[in-house]
Structure formats: structure tokens, C-alpha cells
Design a protein around this ligand. Structure first.
Ligand code: FAD
Length: 493
């Protein structure tokens, strides 16, 4: 009988060869696995899963490892790396935009470049574009442009997924839906009964399985964090590339002005991105960008699409808005692609600096990813500021303020500060849960945040969520440790 070691796929098992597959940006440090397999085809993946399922071997699916919650960090078993599924199979133009078919291991930045060269736009833009498309689907990734365009989910038309049994599902949006009793039939014989919990009324959500009345079966897999199947091939919707873009990084001497500007810009401008930086964030960035005005205590990064006809009006409207809110005159604006890329890089550098901190001090990441409904954001933001100001810990607050979703990174220098940082984090989570927020708006739950899901869902709701996994992966071999506590999963040998 065939065994996993006899498979004809590239396999790595030496500790120094596999180490790179056992970490991600969560800085969980004790991951381990017997080996890493690197399949090249769907047939390879199906064969691997059939054997693993028969032998009850845990399989952790690996993308590029940019995830921040330890989703691809294995604790035993085998890592199935998607690196070799790296072909862009087609990019097709239609009258308005188009669509493309890509394998899961294509790097997002490469794909975005390829569609851009063809005059098209793929909107999902997690700040870190070194991730794989498969990873972004598995986490329902979002980014700055989500403010206008919504998360990855909105662009997925079709998925080819290999289930734990080795069966291959080819799911096209619109073809399989939940019936009136909340049942979904997948393939020949899998019946899933949807739980009755409601998802939070936030603009973004990446915490547990997507559930909605009459939902499309494809949405179960988007955001499932490697727990329901291996996403192998993806068909995405593309939009026409905007004619022009105005972007800016605008500085302020009073944080109250920044917040008032954000509130006004949400009403008056048609921005595609509005991102926030607090004073501590600017202090970190000053190391790399000494030209940040010294008197600035807060900033926003914005982008708004333009056409030749609207270019001037858009610029004027932003100038009026910024003037009304006392923006500093030495702010930065960009109208050409090269300069715009530099402003996006400025935004990207901040989470990179945060990750360098966690790596340097050998601490697990302590970073909030909660979004809350529109009317609850001011209260959450106040809680962040009031608590952190007196905490004697270093921290930054930045991110997707347009979507009521900022990241607080609490930056410990040792284990004692790490414990204190996690206490504050739990305080913030409890508040977010009390106002109908979500644990994770975009990074997912993974292993790092798994235990906190209990603050947002009751045990009965979590059991109902886990029953979806049991229907699709009865032996519980896929993505073990992600989303669910071990006691809700089947026992392995
Ligand atoms: C500096 C920085 C900034 C970031 N900013 C953002 C941001 O703005 N928005 C955002 O959403 N995220 C952000 N992230 C997080 C990260 O980039 C995303 O979560 C990304 O989508 C993960 O992709 P990956 O290929 O690296 O996946 P990995 O980290 O390898 O895996 C992530 C999860 O997906 C599962 N998975 C991966 N591939 C597959 C597959 N083919 N089939 C099934 N499951 C799979 C894994 O098992 C794991 O659970 C940031 C990360 C960094 C380091």
C-alpha cells in the first residue's frame, strides 16, 4: 500500500530545509513537522490527501507564510506547500474588466503586475503583496482599497478545492447554494447544515466560517484558513484599471483634526482608501523617513481614482477638505504611478517595522485586528488611546480607519511585558465583542487568536461551526489547531 514517503512529489525533511515553512509573521516559534511536500498538480494533492486521510496524518497547508496568526505553522504531521502551483493560466478581457484563472501559489504582486499591464485591476491589496493568492482566499484578505472595493471574497468566481478525502470540488459561484433549511450539498454525498449564528455587522470579517441565509457554497471556503480543503485554482473577477489616481500622505499637528477629517472624507470624498497613522507610528517611521514633518502627530494616507474629466475637481475637493482640517502644507501628494508606489511603500513599511520588533525581542505578535460597526468605532478608539497612554508599553495605532478597523500593535520587550500586552489585548477584545465587533477583520484566527474566538461566539455556536468542518473533514486532518480548540475536533492517532 502506498505511503506518503513513496509519493512522487518533491519532499523536504531535513530540519534546515523545512525550517522556512514552519514560521510566519505571528512569530510563533515552536512549529514542527515530519516533512514538507511540494505538489505540482491537483492530482498530486488529491493523492497526498487520500493517503493522509487514510493514515490520519495532519496536513497543514502553506502559502507564502506572510500570515500573522500562525495559520500555516504546523505542530506535527506534514506541511503541504503550494509554492509550485505558480502559474497564471489566463487573463481574459471582457467589455467591462475581465477575469483570470490562477493557481494558488501565484504571488499576489506578480499577478497584480500582470493584470495591470493588461489595463485591468484586481482590487484586493493586503499591505503585504508577497503573499500567495491562495493564502489571500484562505484568509479572505483585505487591504486599504477594501474601503471602496470590499474584501477578496467579492472577487472570487470559481474555486477548485481538494477535500480531505482527496475528492476534487469545482465550485462556480451561483451553482451551489444553501436551501431554505440551511443545507448545502457538496459533491456526491457531503451534506453541510449551516449553523444559525449571525455574523457581526462590521464592514470586514475574517473570523470563522462565513454563514448567511441562502449563501453560496463557495463562500464557505473563502476565509476557511486551511481547515476545509486545499484551494488549488482560483478564477477571479477583474475591473477596468482606473484612468488616474490621486494619492497623498497628509500630516496633522492635532490628532482631533485627523479624526474629524476621516469622518468628513467618508461623507464627502469618494476615496478608495483612507488609512490612519498615530504619533507613535510616525515616530517609528521617522527612522526610515526623516522628512516626516517634525511637528506632525498624526497622518492619513488616501487614494482616490480620477478620470481626465474629474482630475482637477478631485484635487480641489481634497485641498478644501485638508485645509478645513488644518493639514500641514508640507504633506506629500502623488499623481504618477512611480510616486504612488512610494506612498504605498511608506504605508507598508509600518507593519514591516512592527514585525521587526517582534522578531528582535523574540515575542509573539500582539496586534489587534478587530473591526466594529460604524457607531462603535469612536468608543473603541478612545479605549485604545486611554488604556495605552498609561500602560508604559510601546505601541502603535494605524491602519484601515475608513473601515472602522485600526491595528494596535503592543510592543513588548520581554515576557513580562508580553503578558501585560496580552492582558490589554483581551480588554480590547471584550469591548469589541460587547459592541458587536469581530475578532479578526482580515488576518484570520489561526492558532494565535483561536482561544479568543470564545469571547465572540458561545461554545454551542463554536460546536455548530466545527460541525461544518466535521462534515468536510471527518478525521480532522486539515489545518489542525486553526480556528477551533482541539477539544472540538476528532481525536487523531
Ligand atoms: C507586513 C504585513 C502586512 C500585512 N497586511 C495585511 C493587510 O493589510 N490585510 C490582510 O488581509 N492581511 C495582511 N497581512 C497578512 C497576510 O499577508 C495575509 O493573511 C495573506 O493573505 C496570507 O497569505 P500567505 O500566502 O502568506 O498565507 P500563509 O501565511 O502561508 O497561510 C495563511 C493561512 O491560509 C492557509 N492557506 C494558505 N494557502 C492555502 C491554500 N491554497 N488552500 C487552503 N488554505 C491555504 C494556511 O493554512 C493558513 O491558515 C499582512 C502581513 C504582513 C507580514
Amino acid at each position: 500500500m502506498k505511503h506518503l514517503v513513496n509519493l512522487v512529489v518533491q519532499t523536504k525533511s531535513q530540519p534546515d530545509e523545512i525550517q522556512d515553512f514552519l514560521t510566519d509573521a505571528s512569530f510563533i516559534r515552536d512549529g514542527h513537522a515530519d516533512r514538507v511536500v511540494l505538489p505540482e498538480t491537483i492530482a498530486n494533492i488529491s493523492e497526498i490527501l487520500k493517503i493522509a486521510n487514510r493514515d490520519r496524518v495532519p496536513i497543514t497547508i502553506s502559502g507564502a507564510g506572510t500570515g500573522t496568526v500562525g495559520g500555516r505553522v504546523a505542530f506535527g504531521g506534514i506541511v503541504l506547500a503550494t509554492d509550485k502551483l505558480n502559474h497564471i493560466k489566463s487573463i481574459i478581457h471582457e467589455e467591462q474588466g475581465g477575469f483570470a484563472t490562477v493557481e494558488a501559489g501565484v504571488i499576489l504582486a506578480d499577478f497584480q503586475r500582470a493584470v495591470d499591464q493588461q489595463g485591468l485591476l484586481y482590487p484586493p491589496d493586503p499591505t503585504e503583496r508577497g503573499c500567495f493568492i491562495g493564502g489571500t482566499v484562505a484568509t479572505n484578505a483585505s487591504g486599504a482599497r477594501t474601503f471602496k472595493y470590499g474584501p477578496t471574497r467579492n472577487y472570487i468566481r470559481r474555486l477548485k478545492v481538494v477535500l480531505a478525502s482527496g475528492d476534487v470540488l469545482d465550485l462556480r459561484r451561483g451553482e451551489v447554494r444553501a436551501d431554505a433549511q440551511g443545507r448545502i450539498r457538496l459533491g456526491q454525498s457531503i451534506d453541510v447544515t449551516l449553523p444559525s449564528y449571525r455574523m457581526p455587522a462590521t464592514r470586514k470579517n475574517a473570523s470563522g466560517y462565513f454563514i448567511a441565509p441562502g449563501m453560496d457554497a463557495i463562500d464557505l471556503f473563502i476565509g476557511s484558513e486551511g481547515t476545509l480543503g486545499v484551494i488549488c485554482e482560483i478564477e477571479v473577477r477583474l475591473l477596468p484599471k482606473p484612468e488616474g489616481l490621486l494619492s497623498g500622505v497628509v500630516f496633522f499637528t492635532d490628532e482631533a483634526d485627523v479624526l474629524a477629517l476621516v469622518a468628513d472624507a467618508r461623507k464627502r470624498a469618494e476615496a478608495r482608501a483612507i488609512e490612519f497613522f498615530d504619533n507613535e507610528s510616525l515616530n517609528f517611521l521617522r527612522e526610515k523617513y526623516p522628512n516626516i514633518p517634525s511637528e506632525a502627530v498624526g497622518a492619513i494616507f488616501f487614494e482616490q481614482e480620477t478620470t481626465e474629466a474629474t482630475e482637477e475637481t478631485v484635487l480641489n475637493e481634497w485641498m478644501i477638505l485638508l485645509d478645513e482640517h488644518h493639514a500641514l502644507s508640507d504633506s506629500w501628494f502623488a499623481t504618477n504611478e512611480q510616486d504612488q508606489a512610494k506612498l504605498r511603500e511608506f504605508r507598508h513599511q509600518l507593519p514591516v517595522l512592527m514585525n521587526e520588533w517582534f522578531a528582535h525581542y523574540k515575542q509573539r505578535k500582539v496586534s489587534t485586528d478587530m473591526a466594529v460597526p460604524d457607531d462603535a468605532f469612536a468608543g473603541l478608539f478612545r479605549l485604545y488611546k486611554d488604556t495605552l497612554r498609561t500602560s508604559q508599553l510601546r505601541y502603535t495605532i494605524f491602519g484601515h480607519i475608513g473601515d472602522n478597523h485600526v491595528h494596535v500593535n503592543i510592543l513588548p520587550r520581554d515576557d513580562a511585558e508580553g503578558a501585560r500586552a496580552r492582558e490589554l489585548y483581551v480588554q480590547f477584545l471584550k469591548y469589541a465583542a460587547s459592541v458587536g465587533g469581530t475578532l479578526s477583520a482580515e488576518h484570520g484566527v489561526g492558532k494565535l487568536k483561536r482561544d479568543y474566538l470564545r469571547l465572540f461566539y458561545t461554545d454551542d455556536q463554536l460546536r455548530a461551526m466545527a460541525s461544518i468542518k466535521k462534515a468536510l473533514d471527518p478525521n480532522g486532518i486539515l489545518g489542525r489547531g486553526n480556528i477551533f480548540p482541539e477539544e472540538l475536533l476528532p481525536q487523531l492517532q
